[in-house]
Design a protein around this ligand. Sequence first.
Ligand code: F6R
Ligand code: ZN
Length: 182
Amino acid sequence: MSIQRPFATQIDLRTGLMSAYERHFLRHSGDMAGYYRAEPQADDLLIYEYFEREVPAEQGEIVQNITILHPGTIDGEYYMTKGHYHANGCCSEVYLCLRGRGTLLMQTRDGETDAQEYRPGASIYVPPGGAHRSVNTGDEPLVLFALYPADSGHDYGSIAEEGFWARVIRGADGQPTLVPRD
Ligand code: F6R
Ligand code: ZN
């Protein structure tokens, strides 16, 4: 087994900008066909950005990453991540909210459900087996730092098919409301 060198990353605690990253992707509305209950008006709406300090995808390694989830709705449904299960059902995750307001939806394959609130300083534990999706219910970027085992793997297909137990929409009172999956 090779021993990696320690490394440090400077993270801007307001913007989430990392001083270095090896993986980066953007998700636009066009990448999320079928995820929202309504069709987006355009394919080029920037929904979220992802930055990662990549390490070998091996047991014992931990990935650190930043998600910047922009504010907005698609026909009243707040911008959200795709969401996924970890392919390795033994792998958990921790999210630390640096900025913004939002909701972390979770569910298990056995039908257990949960929702936790993001606010600055909130550290939320996603247990093994819990699918997770982040939703920005505020009017500024939701900035999240997360740590997860590098051998987690990602199962997006199950969520693309079954969705989450609830959608987070702007209610008639202007406040975020969880409505059961249709
Ligand atoms: C990694 C993880 C997060 C998400 C990120 C984007 O396991 O849960 O870092 O990858 O918030 O969301 P997805 O991956 O669902 O598009
Ligand atoms: Zn994850």
